[in-house]
Design a protein around this ligand. Structure first.
Ligand code: MG
Ligand code: ZN
Length: 361
């Protein structure tokens, strides 16, 4: 009884206190030094919940205490593709479907990764598809079409990206123009590897790790490539005292959606969530890292029609083998996360990241 009385007193006392501190605390909020942006390609709320159910009732991303929704339409279409979706997130500009780091007049737009480089931060990209595929490409390349894979690979040479990990070796080394881009990367000071397990030391050198000729295989064949790459990259990038920006993509949630294949979606979702867990662990220890987890669009018009947490069983229906127009979730964690709540344009994710890192356009 005593305890209950004490508690109610606290409530009474705290009410007038909170009502007189109603001014916005915005100016006192701390800024992050690092940003980890994780993109689940094709990851709508349904894909998240399907993964959560298949994982028997929980996901690492539930640690995020801030949630918002992003409007994904592009400049050309109500339903975006990953080129326009990625470019909106990377440059803050809505463009036409198929564009990579260019606006609707095909003029190059500076990406958040390029701003980070200019401000002295370390930078990274990781993907479970080819590193030249639309999502990672839109953070580093500037091409009128997402299909210009060899030109996209060559654009990596125009930057000083510190670490990139993904498939797409053929776009670097089996090219129509005969250039061997991995040799050019070595000449620029990169260590080049074709297998995550063969990577050794070399603290001051940049890393290029091309883990597949084209795309990486789906789960379970790919194993823990994404989590391993995430840990490796974060360890390397955190050496930079000024901070870092990295984009990490779970690419194949989208491909499971296109295939209307529920197990493909849930296994890729759980794999992506493992990498999210590694990112959140890093952020929790570091204290200066903002983690943002979102999607470029939803794929499949997926709906959950039945399931069982104990069995990890998910039943789902689909209304399309393509992307849908629905808003996608934005989960965030760490300093600045409170600015990623509500309903906003996908381009505002870029604008907010710029603000959080203190970058001027
Ligand atoms: Mg993608
Ligand atoms: Zn797709």
């Amino acid at each position: 009884m005593k305890n209950i009385i004490v508690l109610s007193l606290i409530v009474i006392v705290s009410l007038p206190l909170s009502s007189c501190t109603s001014k916005k605390p915005a100016e006192t909020v701390e800024k992050p030094k690092n940003i980890i942006l994780l993109i689940g390609d094709g990851m709508g709320v349904t894909q998240v919940y399907a993964g959560l159910t298949a994982n028997r009732g929980s996901l690492n991303l539930e640690k995020c205490n801030h949630v918002g929704f992003s409007k994904t339409y592009s400049a050309s279409d109500y339903i975006t593709d990953s080129g326009a979706g990625g470019t909106a997130l990377s440059t803050g500009v809505k463009t036409y479907n198929g564009a990579i780091g260019v606006n609707k007049d095909t003029i190059s737009q500076k990406t958040i990764l390029e701003y980070a480089e200019d401000y002295g931060l370390a930078t990274g990209l990781i993907s479970t598809s080819a590193i030249t595929h639309a999502t990672p490409a839109s953070f580093i390349a500037h091409q009128a079409s997402r299909n210009n894979y060899e030109a996209i690979a060559a654009d990596f040479l125009n930057t000083d990206i510190d670490v990139f990990i993904g498939g797409g070796k053929n776009h670097f080394d089996a090219r129509e123009d005969g250039r061997m881009l991995t040799d050019e990367l070595k000449a620029k000071g990169y260590r080049v590897y074709f297998n995550l397990d063969s990577v050794t030391g070399g603290n001051n050198e940049k890393l290029c790790i091309l883990t597949a000729a084209e795309h990486n295989p789906p789960q379970p064949e790919r194993g823990d490539m994404l989590s391993k790459a995430t840990v490796m990259a974060l360890q390397k990038l955190s050496d930079n005292k000024k901070g870092f920006f990295i984009m990490i993509e779970g690419s194949q949630i989208d491909w499971g959606g296109h295939a209307n294949h529920t197990e493909y979606i849930t296994s890729e979702m759980i794999d992506f969530d493992k990498a999210i867990g590694k990112a959140l662990d890093f952020a929790e220890k570091d204290g200066n890292t903002l983690v943002i987890i979102t999607a470029d669009h939803e794929t499949g018009g997926m709906a959950i029609t039945g399931g069982n947490f104990k069995e990890g069983r998910v039943e789902a229906g689909y209304v399309t083998t393509n992307h849908s127009g629905v808003m996608v979730p934005v989960f965030s964690y760490g300093p600045g996360a409170e600015n990623f709540t509500g309903i906003f344009e996908n381009t505002d994710i870029f604008n907010n990241m710029m603000k959080e890192l203190g970058f001027d356009k």
